[in-house]
Design a binder for this molecule. Structure first.
Ligand code: 13P
Length: 250
């Protein structure tokens, strides 16, 4: 890792508004000059309050999903304009839980990526293989397929605002972290695909985060890998002490 790392918390369907406020108040008062850029993605209902607390800090606040259309008859969905109205900095797209549980496919995720960029909301595009795909030696093929389809029609200029998160599905919430070697190899391959789709400069400057059972005791070795620029963290981002320990070690 050569860049200042991004340490992002994906809170999934955890934390009420009150819990979100309490956490962010503690977090903002504990941050001074840490190297890490801190991103937090609370639930939709807490976003407005989270941004209020974070607005005079360096903490970036974003959502865990969004619809790609600007408005319409889409019951239960949130538009990019609604997120922009409350100054969202980023949006997580294509998380494996969206792909596997809510059946989002590559073409839908591509529409969301394009829409987030058009609306100036920085996408964190998640990709990653399942255990079955890894066992059948198709990890690289899956990563290339997801990148190629999810980034379709994303221009070179737009690509400069895209963050990639490599999250092997078998490592999410399982306690089974990818070994530093496995993660580094995947990140290196992702950079090769970005070089092929764009160019070497863009590939080198793109942030590629690792996600999957990141904890205080494995963050340093993961960030020590040349191609790992940060982490997208689920479980360990929910407890303030644990999350701060990760930030302080980054
Ligand atoms: P865990 O850190 O709980 O494994 O979750 C990773 C994740 O899905 C982050 O988006």
């Amino acid at each position: 890792m050569e860049k200042n790392p991004i340490i992002a918390g994906n809170w999934k369907m955890y934390k009420t508004i009150k819990e979100t406020k309490d956490f962010l108040e503690k977090l903002s008062s504990s941050l001074n000059n840490q190297r890490a850029n801190v991103y937090i993605a609370p639930s939709f209902i807490s976003l407005f309050f989270a941004k209020e607390i974070a607005k005079d800090t360096k903490i970036k606040i974003g959502s865990q999903n969004m619809h790609y259309e600007s408005e319409g008859a889409f019951t239960g969905e949130i538009s990019p304009g609604m997120l922009k109205e409350i100054d969202m900095d980023f949006v997580i797209l294509g998380h494996s839980e969206r792909r596997n549980v809510f059946k989002e496919d590559n073409s839908l995720i591509n529409k969301k990526v394009l829409s987030s960029l058009e609306n100036n909301i920085q996408p964190i595009l998640c990709i990653g293989e399942t255990e079955k795909e890894r066992d059948s030696n198709s990890t690289n093929e899956v990563l290339e397929d997801q990148l190629t389809k999810n980034l379709l029609n994303v221009s070179k200029t737009q690509m400069k605002n895209v963050i990639i998160a490599y999250e092997p599905v078998w490592a999410i919430g399982t306690g089974k972290t990818a070994t530093p070697d496995i993660a580094e190899n995947a990140h290196l391959y992702i950079r090769k695909v970005i070089t092929k789709l764009y160019d070497k400069d863009i590939a080198n400057s793109t942030y590629i985060l690792y996600g999957g059972s990141v904890k205080p005791d494995n963050i340093e070795i993961l960030l020590g890998q040349h191609n790992i620029d940060g982490a997208l963290i689920g479980g360990a981002s929910l407890k303030i002490d644990t999350f701060l320990e990760i930030i302080n070690k980054s």
